[in-house]
Unconditional design. Sequence first.
Length: 489
Amino acid sequence: MQYGKNRFLEMIPASLVWGTFVVALALSFFAPILAIEVIIVFDLYWMYRVLYFIVFVIHAWRQHRIAERTDWMERLKTEVDHWEEYWHVIFLPMVKEPVEIVDETLRTIKQSTFPNERILIVLAGEERAHEHFSKVCTLMQKKYGNVFGGLFVTEHPMDLPDEIPGKGSNLNWSGHQVQKELDRRGIAYERAIASSFDVDTVVHRQYFAHLTHSFATTSKPQRTSYQPVIVFNNNIWESPAPIRISAFGTTFWLFGELARPHRMWTFSSHSMPFKMLVDVGFWEKDMVSEDSRIFLQGIKRYKGDYRAEPLYLPVSMDAVAGTGYANSLRALYKQQRRWAWGVEHFPYIITRIWRDKAIPLTIRWRLLWNHLEGMFTWATAPIVIFIMGWLPLELAKNSSDAIAHNAPFTLEWIMRVAALGILFSGALSFSLLPRRPKQVRRWTWLIFIGQWALLPVTFILFGAIPAIDAQTRFAFGKYLGFNVTNKRR
């Protein structure tokens, strides 16, 4: 097990976060004028980042709209020789998801423009849910067994040594079983493109054509992962406002990353060369954040010669849900904390990548900075901007210093400019919404407009606090297991 082997490194991210809070409080009480100056600089920096971020999101959104209008199957046929030689291997790890969700996923794959006979479906279940998984597989085999080039079933055994029960260990087991099947069929790894999808993933009908085209035309297809746009539209109309805000926030964040592929990692449902999976030994089985770790494994294996390429077509998944409003919010908190558990990559980056001198220094610096800065700002920025930033103003309100009198007006002006980000997010979200279901009332549009007033609160309660929780647990050795997101429609 990799947890606990580098306790000092595990404590660094949380130490930076809590150290920032302690310094901010100390300056507010003992040097409020200095604290005000720091806050103004900090807020100016974030105003710049918001405006900078909007530019990249707009660029990615435009590419997304272009990709949706493109006939990728036609381009594949006319621009790629021997395109029909490629295979798609689609891993669908699951535990106890309802059969209706699995059926919807397979139905949309069936309706894609890429030939079904070149698609291999892998239903990857868990022995601990054998009875339910067996029923699902029987129904899916009956309905889709003759539709695709193959429909394989793998069942991950319980209680294997050196594993954490979860998606990574399931995929590791499944990957090795599928490798044997490809060998039996004589399918070259170089011609197989793997996709690791959450089982609720609904693909765009042109996704596999676009993916094949990108794989066949990129300069280094075997050294590239492929990241689509992630939207949470399957049940977005029925979700509570904080969940919708978090869902759109994740999509906008990914837009910003897609527009800057030099800093992008893989996230959630994505695709990659099957040969890379074989070369790295498949997904690691003793950690939680397998979706981004597999990208780092590629970086490590190929000495930095590995990258992620954007696919601007969407794949849609379920927004987190629970039975009732309160349970839905609890589920959202746990989901965000699990995503923030990506802090577990920090020791790996230091010990396996930073110390490997064969990897170019620029790549090592970029990976380390993007990860550490991202985790740090995730946990600190909302707290500092919306809460701690106003404390020194209150403590220095009786000061005769000019900066204490002018600071509230300065910060108010900065916040107004930064509020453009909220207005922009609200406007852009409407272009990503699916058609309103008939059972949803028309006046729900008004709620969708007004919900963005909750953005600061959502950033704190379901952004910063789960991130602080995850990093603090990591620092104290209270390691998280894999929390399965509930799928409900």
